[in-house]
Design a protein around this ligand. Structure first.
Ligand code: ATP
Length: 363
């Protein structure tokens, strides 16, 4: 059974429609990230699931029970869902233990049971020794773990997290990313994790829902988003993807197609139901391009516009194509030397034909 099931969800604020026909089915114990640009509707979707917003049409079910529809709205406190906010939402005047236990107290749980649950939850997030401290005396990462412990103590089987690492520095983000993965493994909870950081989303999630302008444009495994983006938006959003036009796309079987790209014949991956197209969009990543010998075929001529040192590799920005106006990016293993203006020959190792809309999957 799905932990969260969303169908045909629309949500507007006044005249502005923020969510359009959102449909998602999230399995029990699954870790789902929601990724998308600022303002695309991620937080609104989370607030609808949590019950902080009513919905205009469609329905949301939690563990098979209807919680939201236009004429039915279960209040947030009756949904059994924990929420971790970007700003942690801790009570500053309470100790760590009091913060974690507060929800249990409100629910009327006897003191001894409450204290045992709180201690266990704090142990799980490795804050057992911090029970008597106040939030002001904790680091940002520790405060975030208190917020997680609060969800654990409530025994929330579903935890919604709204950009929980957004306020933390890069170093701490890395450490807490591992913390979330551990939390998920230990608790077995269903996680719905909003972020606009794609590295975070791809690293943590079993599946990622990519949102754009209030719609889910793809809901898939991280590797599928990277290698088989369903739309130009996803292709451009994930892994510095580049989208360019190809001509004479012709399926050749086994999930591959031939095409003409920048005047050269190339072999690309494609959907099994790809049809012949006079032209279409293809996508690839900087790592899919390679430098070739001067007159190697097939290959493209290009010139370097910029080269930047990135530690293990050199990033080169190029202009290619007959009129030198198609921008490409290429990673070259260090040590390497490329200078602006230099002419190079480039080959495409791997690319993907973006399916036309009719071939797109439904979630
Ligand atoms: N209560 C509200 N009243 C009116 N408009 C709202 C309200 N809440 C959100 N919006 C609008 O809905 C749109 C989506 O907002 P939302 O916060 O869901 O986006 P988001 O993807 O979470 O963005 P961010 O990544 O910047 O947090 C925005 O245009 C926002 O201004």
């Amino acid at each position: 059974m799905s932990a969260i099931d969303i169908a045909c969800l629309d949500k507007s604020f006044g005249q502005t429609q923020v969510l359009h026909q959102v449909a998602l089915s999230i399995g029990s114990g699954e870790f789902v990230s929601v990724l998308g640009p600022s303002g695309c509707g991620k937080t609104t979707l989370l607030r609808c699931i949590a019950g902080f917003e009513r919905i205009d049409s469609g329905r949301i079910s939690v563990d098979g029970h209807l919680v939201s529809s236009p004429d039915h709205h279960l209040p947030p406190e009756q949904r059994g869902i924990g929420v971790v906010f970007q700003n942690y939402a801790l009570w500053p005047h309470m100790t760590v233990a009091q913060n974690v236990a507060y929800g249990l107290k409100i629910a009327g749980m006897p003191r001894r049971e409450r204290e045992a649950r709180t201690a266990h939850a704090l142990d799980l997030v490795e804050l057992g020794g911090f029970a008597g401290r106040r939030p002001a005396d904790l680091s940002g990462g520790q405060r975030q773990r208190v917020a997680l412990a609060r969800c654990l103590a409530m025994e929330s089987r579903i935890v919604l997290l709204d950009e929980p690492l957004a306020n933390l520095d890069v170093h701490l983000r890395g450490a807490l990313e591992a913390e979330f993965a551990n939390f998920h493994a230990r608790s077995g909870a269903t996680m719905f994790y909003i972020t606009h950081d794609q590295a975070e989303a791809l690293a943590l999630a079993d599946r990622v829902a990519v949102m754009d302008h209030g719609c889910i444009v793809q809901f898939d495994r991280p590797d599928a988003l990277f290698r088989q983006p369903a739309t130009e938006t996803v292709a451009g959003f994930i892994g510095e993807g580049r989208v360019i036009e190809a001509e004479h796309i012709q399926p050749i079987g086994n999930g591959h197609a031939s095409a003409s790209l920048l005047g050269q014949s190339v072999r690309l991956r494609c959907a099994p139901d790809q049809r012949g197209q006079r032209s279409g969009k293809i996508s690839f990543h900087p790592g899919d391009l390679e430098l070739l010998a001067e007159d190697a075929a097939p290959g493209f001529d290009a010139h370097v516009t910029r080269a930047t040192y990135r530690g293990a590799y050199l990033r080169a920005e190029l202009m290619a194509g007959p009129s030198g106006s198609v921008p490409l990016s290429l990673n070259v293993a260090a040590p390497a030397s490329l200078t602006p203006g230099q002419r190079v020959r480039v080959g495409l190792r791997d690319g993907w034909v973006i399916p036309v809309p009719a071939a797109r999957a439904q979630f």
